[in-house]
Design a binder for this molecule. Structure first.
Ligand code: TRP
Length: 451
């Protein structure tokens, strides 16, 4: 099987494919609301520091594991050391948890696109529009079903490669458009306060929670700690420079997230005076804020349509890749037909995703450890399972197969410039920090300690 794997043609092909998986709702929807909620500049700073240390080391490790073994997560851990196959299994749970609620948010994006196309852009900019939408029992479900259906159809019809190709054209357009909207946002009267909030770290707002949120976001946004980058690495040619590919993917992913923050956070200050409740809107932040930006803009309806189309594509490439991952895990393990598996995965996605939908409407009262459903799934994957997988991966690389094994893999293509940083982060910094953060966050989620 190994030598039959098709490979990405060159470095650009690899970087684009991996960036295509990395860039999605995580950058545009999730990053801005976390940054707004966790103190702006301090969150940004912590995020960047984590990206160049943890993110760098973990992504390098995962891609190197994939390239070395030529296998996806479960197989890769098994080949390297049979006793540690379980890490691959735990990693595989993550896409299964993320996919359903990813499709729920994808549904929200689809809804906004439809609203803008049908001439309701102004309506969408009014206060309470999002709240009314999200708290109705039926509508979010319909958009969720449409979005999840689109994702499954792309896989069933095998047009996912086509979607990827289109998205490679869309991505540069998204970057340019985001830059334009970000610059526009910064100049709305009253926005400058938001720009400052976003880029100047206020150390009094620092807490363990900031680090936890930034770490979860890093994993989520860069598709780490869930086996995905191992799979991508398995398709990477031996002569492609692994280290510089990692740096480019990280730069690209962080750049888009930064721009998304710049589109949204200054606008929050401009339109709501930056009061606490506006900043901590959570998952709804982008949907509440951006229509107001578009409304205030000349030609805003058109810009809004363009924007939501581009975001929809960025989201679809991610959800297709998530669904494919889940489908292939079940196909490989249960030896099932791909199409049938895909239908089953779609049904499972719908059943679990409905929980997240209803968590905003008919089950709004239901709380699991103080969180509503979507936040709970988000918390379990990003703040619990992913840190566990990252921790296990660091221990596995640091003490079982030893960093040297992967350093050698990286050096097949070029000298490994940051090999010392890689080794120190994997062996010492990552395991210690992750345990501290994980334990304190779980204790605080259960109300045992207060952060
Ligand atoms: N990184 C993606 C984003 O930022 C989300 C994501 C998480 C993902 N895991 C993935 C995408 C696996 C594709 C495959 O939106």
């Amino acid at each position: 099987m190994d030598n039959k794997r098709s490979t990405f043609t060159g470095k650009l092909g690899f970087v684009l494919a991996a960036a295509g998986s990395a860039v999605g709702l995580g950058n545009i929807w999730r990053f801005p609301y976390l940054a707004a909620q966790y103190g702006g500049g301090i969150f940004l700073l912590v995020y960047i520091l984590l990206a160049v240390t943890f993110g760098f080391a973990l992504m390098t490790a995962e891609i190197a594991i994939g390239r070395k073994t030529g296998l996806s997560a479960i197989g890769a851990f098994k080949v390297l050391n049979k006793k540690y196959t379980f890490i691959g299994y735990i990693a595989s749970i993550v896409p299964m948890i993320i996919l359903p609620y990813y499709c729920v948010i994808g549904g929200w994006v689809t809804k906004y696109l439809a609203a803008f196309i049908s001439g309701s852009a102004q309506n969408a900019a009014t206060d309470g529009y999002f709240g009314t939408f999200i708290s109705s029992a039926g509508e979010p479900v319909i958009w969720f079903l449409i979005y999840a259906g689109l994702t499954a159809i792309a896989i069933l019809l095998g047009v996912n490669k086509g979607v990827e190709r289109v998205s490679k054209i869309m991505m540069p357009i998204l970057v340019v458009l985001s830059l334009f909207i970000a610059i526009y946002s910064m100049f709305i009267p009253g926005a400058i306060k938001g720009v400052l909030y976003y880029i100047t770290p206020d150390f009094s707002k620092f807490s363990v929670k900031t680090v936890l949120a930034a770490m979860g976001q890093l994993f989520y946004s860069m598709s780490l700690a869930m086996g995905i980058m191992i799979t991508y690495g398995s398709y990477m040619k031996k002569d492609v420079n692994l280290e510089s590919s990692v740096k480019q993917i990280e730069l690209f992913d962080t750049g888009i997230a930064f721009l998304a923050g710049l589109m949204i956070i200054p606008a929050v200050f401009a339109f709501s005076g930056g009061d606490e409740s506006a900043l901590s809107a959570g998952p709804s932040l982008m949907f509440i804020t951006l229509p107001k930006v578009f409304e205030s803009m000349w030609g805003g309806t058109f810009i809004g349509i363009l924007f939501f189309v581009l975001v929809l594509f960025a989201a679809l490439t991610s959800s297709i890749s998530l669904m494919e991952t889940v489908v292939s895990i079940f196909c490989d393990k249960l030896n099932l037909n791909r199409k049938i598996t895909c239908v089953f995965v779609l049904i499972g996605t719908i059943l679990i995703g409905l929980l997240s939908c209803f968590g905003y409407s008919i089950w709004a009262e239901v709380k699991i450890i103080g969180m509503q459903m979507l936040d709970f799934f988000d918390f379990i994957s990003n703040s619990v399972i992913m840190p566990i997988v990252a921790f296990l991966t660091a221990i596995f690389v640091g003490y079982v197969i030893k960093p040297k094994t992967l350093v050698e893999e990286v050096e097949l293509s070029a000298a490994f410039k940051q090999k010392t940083l890689f080794t120190i982060v994997i062996k010492y910094i990552a395991p210690v920090c992750i345990v501290l953060i994980l334990v304190s966050s779980v204790l605080s989620a259960f109300g045992i300690i207060k952060l």
